[in-house]
Design a protein. Structure first.
Length: 957
């Protein structure tokens, strides 16, 4: 039926704890043949459903219990053919909440619900995959369309929704339940799965005294393995039971499965709120013996007394002592179980929270975590970790973000470049480079030599290269001996691979990894390489190295080394300069570019107050990059833009800069600067700008320098904070203090100008008997607390040149490059020289020649082929047999290109490059799409200009 089509799988398979579940209220267990064989199990024990038979969500009010587990017992009729459950997927789930045609399905052919790491399972919106569920804090709506799933909380986030419209025999309450579930591939949470329920009252009636929680029947094996106990513990030692778990008192393994008999615990990690705003927590827990064909009470009236902890309810099924144990009528004692059942048994229980009210249109939240632990003490610490993660929106420690990678192919060489975005993570430690063969990232080749643990499980791969910080965090991870933390090599953002064969396809991946969290005893975490359906992620690059085409003159830069620009001319000051690296000459445009410097860097989502650079295309009037970080100690962190990568070699950034910004009209005098400045301690590492303005402002004399008021055409800003300090200026006018020494200090108190030798010039400076620091006029700048920030020496020597309106004077920490400095260069486009093509055309060859079927070479598509090499960028290749019959024509266009596949909303994509190919593969089929026969063949290569060359090759089958 229509509802039946909406029932699909919920599958968690990243960590040690795995689960086949469904989207109609049952975490495990099944009431329908469509999701039969549903259970939670330990990794590598798929044939032994050892940890949970039935776990189902329950919402209850008096004598109206909405659940799905009561049909999960014994040989109940499956639906269709049997009754529907109380909980059913919301209508149209197959269109709104998952893609029923995703191609991802179980062994029964049932599709998966929307799973964050499998974009093809997402529903479509405007023809694009769209994430329908909740997202981690800080995500944007655009992230819903990003198949890289930046919104993910875990390794696999899952979303589905169900409601109570089919509530059997009772009126529905109008409940809609939206579920997010999470599992983790990282070692610290590999044994944990969370289910987070948002319960929404969609009706127009308030719900009073409701309870929410779960029914569970835990097990450790098939029906002939019933020897288990149920236990309870107080993990955080606050005096209240908060974890319920199953464990096996005896090792029972009749089928030789080598079952891993761990403690299987469940903890309510979020719960509805009490009237005072506090979480209720687990308020009711009752455990009772069942068998493999039973689940305990089956009617709403029979379940309600247990859920609400009322042993006096006359509708209770059987003796109340069957359900209530110990002195606490709401929370059962579990000590009776091993005392009563020496060999163990099978048990069911309710774990509930309530009572609480849910107003019409309102919602509440309840969540549960499941964990596998080897013993009770570990279970306690794992339960605490689960609670910490739940309190942090189910986020645990995470690896640094994966870098975005570009691969550049050339003749016998592949060069990788990646960004430094991973270094925004405070615990970032390094990068690993991996490589595998194959024509796509979905190929089955390995990412290097496998690393095996003592059990023979694959726990990683040996990287092609590894680069890490120089910080003495190296060698084996103290918390995971199979992880190598590096050898203090220093960071790099590029890698050259010369161990490649032209024509073979390679896939590269660069991962980032963290340092161990020593205080939490957590091992290093590594970003993943995604190979799931729906596309690749940005830390992979697919590259095929090829021989360069003949006749090509590569593009180039006008300058390899850039020196400062003064009056639009390069000025060779070798204390600071820029190197231009021509990485992708195929992208060169022939335009002119200008490099300028900034006070801030946009480092992904952060703004850093340090010197950065921008690259401006003078011809197009557009910035290629803005506010990017200059070269750091790695030497290769700057981005590729316009086909070049710039390396910055700056001054030693020590001390304070006090200088006019480049472009100002100021010229110093022969013996004196026009201005100079000193920064005091409270100025810190902030940057300050003094701008010459058209308007003046009234400024008082500094204390001890008279009482005059001056008209000053200056604006002073703290460029770091944006604070305007203009009202905190004071004039230090020497004549105001030494009123009788006008022969030394000239002018009159109250006068101030910018003219050379004007009101601010003090004649005593020309005598050579003093210094400008002592006897020049000055501007004192204070902060809001009245502490001195800057002292600006306004010398104004007669042989200097004054500033103009708009000129800026800069005071702040010394930058690698002077503030306001600029550099210029241009590029030259790549061209094909017809004369060069003509002179080199006789280099065309066929390889292998002769072609032997037993030695067929494969460039990744597993097809037999030969190749024409040393070709020009464009030509036709006509192939004839020795009888002169035309066999095939090849239209060769070895176009240079750099591609980036970006999905809507994605910030990064899968990058690939093809240099100008001088190679063309032929699969040895004729015009009729049949394989050519053994024999001798003649080829004729013709260029667009009409130049030709001929040759022969043999095929031996």
């Amino acid at each position: 039926g229509e509802d039946f089509e909406d029932i699909v799988w919920v599958y968690h398979a990243y960590g040690d704890l795995r689960n086949w579940g469904s989207n109609y209220g049952l975490i495990t267990g099944s009431s329908t043949s469509k999701t039969c064989c549903s259970y939670m199990y330990y990794r590598n024990t798929f044939n032994n459903p050892q940890n949970a038979w039935v776990i189902g969500f329950v919402f209850a009010v008096e004598d109206n219990v909405i659940e799905a587990h009561s049909l999960s017992n014994g040989q109940s009729s499956f639906w269709p053919g049997g009754p529907p459950m109380d909980w059913m997927p919301v209508k149209e789930s197959a269109q709104e909440h998952f893609n029923p045609k995703s191609g991802y399905s179980s062994f029964l052919g049932t599709p998966y619900v929307a799973s964050s790491d499998i974009p093809s399972t997402w529903p479509l919106k405007d023809g694009e995959p769209y994430w329908p569920g909740r997202m981690k804090p800080g995500s944007s709506e655009a992230d819903r369309y990003n198949i890289l799933a930046p919104f993910s909380t875990s390794s696999r986030d899952i979303f589905y929704a169900f409601n109570d419209r089919n509530n059997a025999g009772k009126d529905p309450l109008g409940l809609r339940v939206e579920v997010m579930s999470y599992d983790y591939g990282a070692a610290f949470a590999a044994g944990i799965i969370f289910y987070d329920y948002l319960i929404i009252n969609t009706s127009d009636k308030d719900i009073k005294d409701g309870y929410a929680g779960w029914y569970a029947k835990l097990g450790l094996g098939w029906t002939d393995n019933l020897d288990l106990y149920i236990g309870s513990l107080d993990s955080d030692q606050d005096g209240e039971v908060d974890v319920i778990y199953s464990y096996d008192p005896k090792f029972y393994d009749p089928k030789g499965w080598n079952t891993n008999t761990r403690n299987f615990g469940m903890k309510m990690v979020k719960s509805p709120l009490s009237p005072d705003g506090e979480e209720l927590g687990m308020t009711d827990f009752h455990v009772f013996k069942v068998d493999d064909q039973d689940i305990g009470p089956k009617t709403d009236e029979g379940m309600w007394p247990i859920i609400s902890s009322n042993p006096d309810d006359p509708d209770i099924e059987g003796d109340p002592s069957f359900y209530f144990h110990g002195d606490n009528v709401r929370i059962d004692d579990t000590d009776w179980i091993p005392e009563t059942y020496e060999d163990g048994a099978m048990f069911g229980f309710f774990m509930m929270s309530g009572p609480f009210d849910l107003a019409a249109g309102d919602s509440t939240r309840i969540s549960v975590g499941f964990v596998l632990s080897p013993d009770n003490e570990t279970l306690k610490s794992d339960a605490i970790s689960m609670q910490e993660m739940a309190d942090n929106d189910f986020l645990g420690p995470s690896p640094p973000p994966a870098p975005s990678v570009t691969g550049v192919a050339s003749d016998g060489k592949v060069t990788l470049y990646w960004d430094n975005g991973a270094e925004t993570d405070p615990n970032f430690e390094g990068y690993r480079v991996f490589r595998k063969y194959g024509s796509s990232i979905f190929h089955l080749n390995k990412w290097g030599k496998e690393i095996l643990n003592l059990k023979g499980d694959v726990v990683g791969h040996i990287p092609l290269a590894q680069y890490d910080k120089i910080n003495n965090i190296k060698g084996s991870d103290p918390f995971d001996p199979y992880i190598n933390l590096g050898s203090d090599t220093g960071l790099k953002h590029s890698f050259v691979d010369t161990n490649v064969t032209n024509g073979l396809a390679y896939v590269y991946a660069v991962t980032s990894y963290s340092a161990p969290l020593f205080e939490k005893e957590l091992s290093s975490l590594e970003s993943s390489i995604s190979e799931k359906g729906g596309g690749a992620i940005g830390n992979t690059a697919y590259v095929v190295p090829f021989q360069e085409a003949i006749g090509v003159i590569d593009g180039s830069s006008s300058e390899d080394t850039l020196f400062p620009v003064v009056d639009l001319q390069q000025y060779p000051d070798d204390s600071y300069y820029i190197k231009v690296n021509s990485i992708l000459p195929n992208l060169f445009t022939g335009h002119e570019y200008e490099v300028t410097f900034t006070d801030t860097v946009f480092f992904f989502e952060d703004t850093l107050y340090e010197q950065g650079f921008s690259l401006f295309d003078v011809d197009s009037g557009e910035f290629l990059v803005e506010n990017m970080m200059i070269t750091d100690e790695s030497g290769d962190n700057t981005p590729i833009a316009g086909g070049v990568r710039l390396d910055f070699y700056g001054r030693d950034a020590q001390g304070t800069d006090a200088m006019w910004v480049y472009g100002s009209t100021v010229k110093d005098g022969a013996d004196f600067p026009y201005w100079h400045a000193r920064a005091f301690g409270p100025a810190g590492d902030d940057f300050y700008e003094i701008t010459i303005t058209e308007d003046t402002r009234s400024v008082e004399a500094s204390s001890g320098y008279g009482s005059s008021t001056y008209q000053i055409p200056l604006r002073i800003m703290n460029a770091t904070t944006g604070e305007d300090l203009s009202s905190n200026m004071f004039v230090v006018d020497m004549i105001g203090k030494f009123t009788d020494d006008d022969d030394k200090y000239g002018g009159s108190s109250g006068s101030w100008d910018l003219l050379p030798g004007g009101a601010n010039w003090n004649p005593i400076l020309s005598t050579g008997t003093t210094t400008y620091e002592k006897d020049a006029d000055k501007i004192l700048v204070k902060n809001a607390e009245g502490k001195n920030l800057l002292l600006i020496y306004t010398v104004h020597p007669p042989d200097g040149t004054p500033p103009s309106i708009g000129d800026k004077f800069y005071v702040g920490p010394t930058n690698p490059f002077p503030r306001g400095q600029s550099f210029r260069f241009s590029t030259i486009k790549s061209i094909v020289d017809p004369d060069l093509v003509k002179s080199e055309l006789d280099q065309v060859r066929v390889v292998p020649n002769p072609y032997l079927a037993s030695a067929a070479w494969d460039i990744g598509r597993a097809t037999r082929k030969l190749a024409f090499v040393n070709l020009p960028p464009e030509c036709t290749i006509d192939i004839f047999n020795v009888a002169g019959e035309h066999v095939y024509q090849i239209d060769h266009k070895g176009v240079r290109s750099l591609g980036t596949r970006i999905t809507p909303g994605a910030g990064r994509g899968f990058t690939y490059t093809r240099e100008t190919k001088g190679v063309h593969e032929w699969e040895m089929i004729n015009k009729n799409q049949l394989e050519v026969a053994s024999g001798m063949y003649i080829y004729v290569v013709t260029t667009p200009s009409g130049y030709q060359t001929t040759g022969k090759f043999a095929v031996i089958r």
